[in-house]
Design a protein around this ligand. Structure first.
Ligand code: HEC
Length: 508
């Protein structure tokens, strides 16, 4: 009896010891070969963060390939001569596992990471180039982590500069179009001076960041984080930390933040939460008694984390956008929230998984309507914004991601991002709500994300490939190709004028 107990105990100790040894040996290979660049806690140092949520867009097989063969023209070395294939597989499993303790990113770490980057003090208050500063495009190229600043009249680069690894969520401009802020997947926020063609400052606000918003007065920049569960409010001037807001629901549940938006006419930021059914509105001014920023919480009956705002920002159309594999089965339930009344005022009839964040609006038969692509269903839904009814479903060749138009064009362009027709783009007549043309810019290559010039006369489209990526410029009236500019996986393009003037044909 006692003997049995003791041998059982030994077996137990042995088993615990063995499993620890396995865990430690996996960690040991990582410590030896990877930690110097990616951090012992995997939060990233010179190399990017290697935590499961950060790696969501990288397939395990692709990670295996990167580790085995390295990445050309980057600091990521090839390990095939140093580490056995079995150990590389173990390392891959290890970096896709959530660690027992996720790395923290607290106020002191945020403050310590901030840097001023403008080395000289001579600054010009006028652009250092001749191109129209309002008709510039910022083109985010994630293939080699650069941004190209493109002259929107001549379609020639003004400059091209390096960014942090994996920019995410779209750059945000100050209202005068002079400064732009970027956020990277791994939490870096940078401020760039377009007139002087140089960075101003940078700061790391978290470990996994979704996007940023800039207040209308340019005083505040706010970042939405998946990890840690926080919003980080920065000074628009030099990106110094003003306040970090832990994101916890009224019921005490900690939540990731999906996105934050600037609601210009309301002087507030609106916050979409990923894990709890609340929508937050943070007003720019502080509560005098607490010095906290005045925050309204709207309690919902569903989680909504993908938003489209009415033109005056008083109403939000929301849907849930399940990005996690675990949430795939969930059916999106679209709703309309009145921000002033703090409650839901209508349900939306939207099948599949609408991508409201990429929706656009225009007037159709004297009524404001919005049109949204759908990440799962092969259709564009058109909704009357007076009675919130779906008035039309436009069948497409597959589900789409981005939709764009401009006040000066009769057409709306929508890509067919997913599936075998990812190389096609539909052009919809805004008067008839019918597809009038379908382009196939480069057979077999993903064609997506259109943005118009300031005057709406040209449409720029991305061929989102790493090696033979390009921007194609189209005449927006005849759909003829005007120019093709090679780029390294140009995922997004942003026209300074259309973004700062809240064109109804683009997201803001
Ligand atoms: C000398 C520094 C360095 C070392 C050592 C290093 N890496 Fe990297 N790693 C990088 C850099 C820099 C990148 C970003 C490359 C790029 O720009 O695409 C990277 C990218 C990666 C990526 C792709 C991440 C993504 O999101 O695309 C993975 C995965 C990765 N490294 C894993 C590892 C592993 C595992 C090890 C150890 C076996 C390791 N790295 C060792 C610097 C390093």
């Amino acid at each position: 009896m006692i003997h049995n107990f003791i041998s059982g105990l030994f077996t137990l100790i042995y088993l615990v010891g063995a499993s620890q040894a396995v865990a430690e040996s996996k960690l040991a290979a990582y410590e030896t070969h990877c930690a110097a660049c990616h951090g012992s806690d995997r939060a990233g140092l010179m190399g990017p963060t290697l935590l499961p949520e950060n790696l969501k867009r990288l397939k395990k097989s692709a990670a295996l390939d990167v580790i085995t063969n390295g990445r050309v023209a980057t600091q990521m070395p090839a390990f095939k001569a140093l580490i056995s294939p079995e150990t590389i597989t173990q390392i891959v499993d290890y970096i896709y596992e959530t660690p027992a303790e996720m790395p923290d990113w607290n106020d002191a770490m945020i403050r310590a990471s901030r840097r001023d980057l403008a080395t000289d003090t001579v600054r010009s208050e006028k652009p250092k180039f001749t191109a129209d500063p309002w008709n510039l495009f910022l083109i985010v190229e994630t293939g080699d982590h650069h941004v190209t600043l493109l002259d929107g009249d001549k379609f020639e680069p003004v400059t091209r500069f390096e960014t942090h690894f994996a920019l995410h969520g779209g750059p945000k401009f100050t209202r005068d179009g002079r400064f732009v802020y970027f956020a990277s997947r791994d939490g870096w926020v940078s401020k760039y001076d377009i007139y002087n063609l140089r960075y101003v400052s940078e700061v790391r606000v978290g470990i996994n960041t979704r996007n940023i918003a800039v207040s209308d007065n340019g005083e505040y920049v706010i970042a939405a984080n998946y990890w840690p569960h926080s919003l980080v409010l920065l000074s628009g001037k030099d990106l110094s930390l003003i306040q970090r807001i832990d994101v916890t629901s009224t019921a005490g549940i900690s939540s990731r933040v999906s996105a934050v938006y600037n609601a210009r006419p309301r002087d507030s930021f609106v916050v979409a939460l990923k894990d709890v059914p609340e929508v937050w509105e943070i007003h720019y001014e502080t509560d005098k008694r607490t010095t906290n920023f005045k925050t309204n919480r709207i309690l919902m009956d569903a989680i909504l984390d993908d938003f489209f705002f009415s033109p005056d920002y008083s109403k939000v159309m929301g849907a849930s956008r399940p990005l996690d594999s675990g949430q795939r089965g969930q059916i999106a339930s679209g709703q309309v929230i009145d921000l002033d009344r703090g409650k839901k005022i209508a349900d939306l009839d939207l099948p599949g998984m609408p991508h409201l964040g990429s929706g656009i609006s225009w007037n159709y038969q004297d009524r404001p309507i919005m049109a949204t692509p759908n990440l799962r269903t092969a259709e564009v839904s058109v909704i009357d914004m007076q009675n919130w009814q779906t008035i039309k479903r436009i069948d497409t060749l597959g589900s789409g991601f981005f939709m764009r138009s401009h006040e000066n064009t009769p057409y709306a362009w929508v890509d067919v991002f997913f599936g075998p027709n990812k190389d096609k783009v539909h052009i919809i007549d805004k008067k008839t709500l019918e597809i009038v043309n379908t382009l196939q810019p480069v057979p077999g290559k993903t064609a997506a994300h259109v943005e118009f010039t300031k005057d709406g006369l040209f449409a720029l489209l991305s061929i989102m490939e790493q090696d033979d990526g390009a921007i194609i410029v189209y005449d927006a009236a005849t759909f003829e190709e005007v120019k093709r500019i090679p780029m390294s996986r140009p995922v997004g393009k942003y026209n300074v004028y259309n973004k700062t003037h809240l064109s109804s044909g683009t997201s803001h």
